[in-house]
Design a protein around this ligand. Structure first.
Ligand code: FES
Ligand SMILES: [Fe+2]
Length: 358
């Protein structure tokens, strides 16, 4: 009789060597979410983000172009900005070198008589940036395949389910700490085997655990569950979870959309950025209901329940009493199935070790 498929060894969650390897092989080579285009809709607006320790600034130029740069001054390496805002030039806080929003070094104080110095040699270093369904992504790999080419048809599929996504505005954002390796968070997110046990309120009041379906295809994990009541007003739960660490969720509350971007801090700590977006034309009462759902139901109930789970899984993975466990894999997209965890772990090994086990 064949044995069940086992989870990958715990060293991938407990050994700092692998987190360093993940920076090179995963975070700095895949498309990483930054913000919504409406977050930097004004000419001159900019947004900074951290990609596994690399700070990147995304800028809406005066010419209307969105560009991304390493957030580092070409003089002696000071960080240009720590936040988001609006400006006409990016000015370094150290010696006030100033960069136009297309990255050109336009002013370098006191360098006119420096022999051989040419400002044209010291523009900001550019990073790839793309808009996908109104969401901005960057990729530190200059040779990366465009996001749309990695997922043919996905843009159309998402916009069919939520045609207003490109013009939605952010109404809530928070950074949720997880006391675990980032992969524990992603794996927990991509199975609903635990929902009837750990998320009793949500599966009793919002959407169905029994009818929860998860499918995996071409680096995308899709989740679906029908809302229990008023489906015509609010829509259903639909999720696209993109390898390696982003989920886009059509929430079953006035067709709003949320994003979870899981990010590593070190080998045993992570965070996820949790952002909610709504159609700006939504009536005030509907907007209030979305906020209540986002802040009370998800932020205070669902998020805390998962925070406890992932923390306790990490502690178990660090125990000498645990090595590998059997995954619950069975045919079909049944709710009690861990096939998306198996996909994630297999995809991870393929990336880190150039090896696939499942
Ligand atoms: S390090 Fe930026 S101006 Fe000197
Ligand atoms: Fe959960």
């Amino acid at each position: 009789m064949t044995k069940p498929v086992l989870t990958i060894p715990t060293c991938y969650y407990t050994d700092p060597t692998f987190y360093e390897l993940e920076k090179e092989k995963i975070f700095w080579r895949t498309w990483q979410f930054v913000c919504h285009t409406t977050d930097i809709s004004e000419a001159g607006s900019f947004w900074t983000t951290d990609i596994a320790g690399e700070s990147i600034v995304v800028v809406h130029g005066m010419d209307g172009q969105v560009r991304a740069f390493f957030n580092v001054c070409r003089h002696r390496g000071h960080r240009l900005t720590e936040a988001d805002g609006v400006c006409t030039r990016l000015v370094c806080p150290y010696h006030a070198w100033a960069y136009d929003l297309d990255g050109t070094l336009s002013n370098a104080r006191g360098t006119d008589d420096v022999e051989g110095f040419d400002k044209a040699d010291y523009g900001l270093k550019a990073v790839r940036v793309e808009s996908f369904c109104g969401l901005l992504f960057v990729n530190l790999d200059a040779d990366a395949t465009p996001l749309g080419d990695l997922h043919p048809g996905l843009r159309e599929e998402i916009l069919e389910k939520q045609p207003r996504l490109e013009s939605m505005i952010r109404v809530h954002s928070e950074c949720v700490p997880h006391a675990c390796n980032w992969k524990v968070s992603v794996e927990n997110y991509n199975e609903c085997y635990h929902c009837p046990v750990a998320h009793k309120y949500i599966v009793s009041n919002l959407y169905s655990a029994d009818e929860y379906r998860i499918t995996v295809e071409n680096d995308v994990v899709r989740h679906f569950s029908p809302r229990l009541e008023q489906r015509d007003v609010h829509g259903d739960l639909i999720i696209w979870s993109l390898w390696p660490n982003l989920s886009i969720q059509c929430q079953p509350i006035h067709h709003s959309v949320s994003i979870r971007h899981f990010r590593g801090v070190n080998h045993r700590q992570s965070v996820y950025d949790y952002l909610w977006f709504i159609d700006p034309d939504l009536p005030a009462h509907a907007k209030a209901e979305v906020l209540e759902m986002g802040q009370k139901t998800y932020a205070s109930t669902n998020a805390i329940e998962d925070q406890m789970i992932v923390k306790n899984v990490q502690l178990g993975l660090e125990s000498r009493g645990y090595e590998r466990g059997p995954l619950v894999l069975k045919p079909g997209p049944a709710s009690e199935n861990e096939h998306a965890v198996a996909f994630f772990q297999s995809r991870y090994l393929q990336t880190i070790e150039s090896l696939a086990i499942f």
